[in-house]
Ligand binder design. Sequence first.
Ligand SMILES: *Cc1c(COP(=O)(O)O)cnc(C)c1O
Length: 462
Amino acid sequence: MRYLSTRGGVAPLAFKETVLSGLAEDGGLIVPELVPVLPEAEIGALRDLSYQELAFRVFRYFVDDIPREDLRRLINRAYATFTHPDITPVVKKGPVWILELFHGPTLAFKDLALQFLGHLFEYLLAERGERMNILGATSGDTGSAAIYGVRGKKNLAIFILHPHGRVSPVQALQMTTVTDPNVFNLAIEGTFDDCQAIVKRLFADLEFKRKYRLGAVNSINWARVMAQIVYYLWAYFRVAEAEGVERVRFSVPTGNFGDIFAGYLARRMLSGRIERLILATNENDILTRFVNRGDYSVREVVPTISPSMDIQVASNFERYLYYLWGEDPARVREAMERFGEEKRLEFSPEEIERVREDFLSASVTQEETLETIREFYRDTGYILDPHTAVGVRAALEFLEDYPVICLATAHPAKFPEAVSRALGFEPPVPEPLSDLTSKPRRVVLLPAEVEAVRRFISEHAL
Ligand SMILES: *Cc1c(COP(=O)(O)O)cnc(C)c1O
């Protein structure tokens, strides 16, 4: 399989190159040159495989430059840190199915991709005799999943900036209690925007970037999308069998469009057995406006109780546009340039009609999210985290005709404040979180200045 840029300005890449480069050099996103459609017989053969074996078979469609046994080993190591034997169990609760994606080390779905990506980076760097320093900023969730992906890996270090005192207590503890020598938590005396601006400035300094071999693990990395395809297939097989049906829907709490884009690829690989994907947003509803009205225009970000979805410009959305527009890179390039200036894209009724063959969508307010946590608990005894609750609420609007599988993207114990507002008590704290407060911490406090961060990295980089 070769990989192309959505903007057409890059010679075809092999899988390994796409992983290490992240963004394409022409500013586009990397996509596979074709989306495989699984033959009937193959779908039958995948049904009963273990999660790891299914991942191996899915990855083999996209990865032809890593020997089979090496790929198997990377997958097995990646998912060995999960505490559930099914990795992503799927359970029936009330009127919906819940796909639990929170059994990894940081209790959120990003572990599914980042545990694999950490091993993959380590493998590729060893092969090339290279080192890399991952640099990123986080307002909470992504940081800890990235840190847990990189901790203890050879030839790889990670520097994660977070706004000091402005991430939730659980999230701060999850990050700062990782004391591996290759992990650097930088608490910045400023806002998340300050953190992001510093990271951006350092990546823009090409000499610094080259000298310290800076890399990123953000949600546009193709390997992350690929890893997320697996659980759609996994859940499809289980629910189709249990319900005795051929077609299902998925409901996906969406921010950067990475998770649901993996669902879109799974839908194509399964020839439409995923009838449609329900794109659930919180009050930051740009993607819902896109699906329902063809209006993709940026508004101010509203902070909500589902913070990992507080996003306006969805970084993976360009990948979908590429397919919507018949894989025409010139059209994507022109549109993204226009979007950069006007902060809006409009779509024709004919285009919206095609979008609505792939997606249904609903935006859910914070009031409705809390109400959903409350009612779902009352009816089923199951506690939803606020992100999952957004997806469940949207699913309830589209229950007719098909079973709906709701992606549970985080464990409720990660968001005790929101759950407690809904239920009047905090959710029980599972093992990986319960002993965090007693663990040693490793974190450096720095002013919100590029120079301070630059100096720290140059003193501690591999
Ligand atoms: C990141 C995240 C999301 C959004 O996923 P995208 O791939 O950005 O759409 C939803 N829920 C949780 C808990 C997350 O951490």
